[in-house]
Design a protein around this ligand. Structure first.
Ligand SMILES: [Zn+2]
Length: 397
């Protein structure tokens, strides 16, 4: 069925604005086209097959009126419900007009932004409430008039991302991400082991396959969320510090094997862990790049060899031991990851070696349910209210 055919048939069957029905058909057609293109090269790409029980209601410009105080969402109410049409055959000819009443839902306009230019919005169910999520064009910031301020970014395992300017540094923990990756690897390995004990194609085997799929999907979603939360913190820091140039290191492919052969088994384990995190690091870097560019920050790449060993104080090369990097000549200390981040920035720009004003540690998320009741009381903070989610789909093409 073509898009226009779908639109024609579905036009008067839902209690929605005609533009909304069109928008859903548009989305469906766009998805179908994407998959059709994908299937030319990738036979694994599947057409939309899952039944959707929930769907965010898309709204086009014509189906809403936005004033300073209110947002009016227009909709239509038809004489027959869709189920009546299908079962009771009330409507005999498809071209016959269905009795229609124009209705509207009015909500308060609580946005601080100017919604005049908004031409697409969605109604989304999140955190126990319906949200009006709009998209507006945000003018790209022009930072060229500012002084050049450089920040370096280092990706790691314990600290997922470390950013450092000349005077300030922010470290976002990667432990949540790492533990999730480890959990997934272990759960999948356990299931594979169980599967090897049962007959291929049996009921039990099929159940394990489903369980694997579930674990993959769920951990993928969680990782995705963590990646976004991590990068969000970093970008907020860059914006606050008025950084104009952001330098990130290449994720180097193979690390030098320094372990002895006697520890071969341990080495292979480590290698696998490394690969997993490299994959994640690539995704984090990609998110960092596009988010920084949206803020008008120039993103530069550089190779990151020896950045963790170069000494900012004497220019020599020492090995870092433990969390801190210590200059063996001057005995001055600096956080190892911060040093790495600053050295990455140094590859492209000049960055002075001076004592840091502040080093901030952050968690991408705070998992409350991991703590016991006693700990929870201790860590209670007046600002610990559940955050309201306001989502702005930035930049519509
Ligand atoms: Zn030194």
């Amino acid at each position: 069925m073509s898009k226009t055919e779908i639109q024609a048939i579905r036009k008067q069957t839902y209690n929605l604005h005609s533009q909304t029905v069109q928008a859903i058909a548009d989305k469906y057609a766009a998805n179908r086209e994407t998959i059709r293109q994908l299937r030319k090269t990738d036979k694994k790409a599947n057409y939309l097959w899952r039944r959707k029980y929930y769907y965010c209601v898309p709204l086009k410009k014509e189906s809403m009126t936005i004033s300073k105080d209110t947002i009016t969402i227009k909709k239509a109410e038809y004489g027959y419900a869709l189920s009546d049409l299908l079962t009771k055959r009330k409507k005999k000819v498809w071209t016959e007009k269905v009795p229609k009443k124009n209705k509207a839902v009015v909500i308060l306009n609580r946005s601080d932004e100017d919604l005049e230019s908004c031409n697409y919005a969605e109604i989304v169910w999140r955190n126990g409430a319906y949200w009006f999520c709009y998209s507006v064009q945000v003018p790209e910031k022009d930072l060229s008039s500012y002084d050049v301020k450089v920040a370096g970014g280092d990706l790691g395992e314990i600290h997922a991302v470390t950013v450092a300017t000349e005077a300030k540094a922010l470290l976002v923990s990667g432990r949540a991400m790492r533990s999730l990756s480890q959990f997934r690897a272990k759960a999948l390995a356990d299931l594979s082991k169980k599967m090897s004990r049962c007959k291929k194609g049996s009921n039990q085997w099929e159940k394990y396959i489903q369980a694997k799929k579930r674990i993959r999907q769920k951990s993928k979603n969680l990782l995705h969320e963590l990646e976004h939360k991590t990068t969000k913190e970093i970008i907020a820091f860059l914006e606050e510090e008025h950084v104009t140039n952001f330098v990130i290191g290449h994720v180097s492919g193979i690390k030098k094997n320094t372990k002895k052969n006697s520890q071969k088994k341990r080495k292979t384990n480590k290698k696998r862990g490394q690969q997993l995190s490299l994959w994640n690091q690539g995704k984090i870097k990609q998110k960092l790049t596009y988010k920084a560019q949206l803020k008008g920050i120039v993103v530069e790449e550089t190779e990151e060899s020896y950045t963790s060993q170069d000494c900012p104080f004497c220019g020599g090369r020492h090995h870092a031991n433990g969390r801190n990097f210590r200059c063996s000549v001057h005995q001055t200390e600096i956080h190892r990851d911060v040093n790495g981040a600053q050295n990455i920035a140094r590859k492209k720009h000049h960055v002075d070696a001076k004592p840091l004003l502040s080093v901030v540690y952050k968690q991408p998320v705070w998992y409350k349910h991991f703590l016991s009741e006693e700990q929870r009381q201790k860590t209670k903070h007046p600002n610990d209210q559940p955050r309201k989610v306001k989502r702005i789909a930035s930049r519509m093409a």
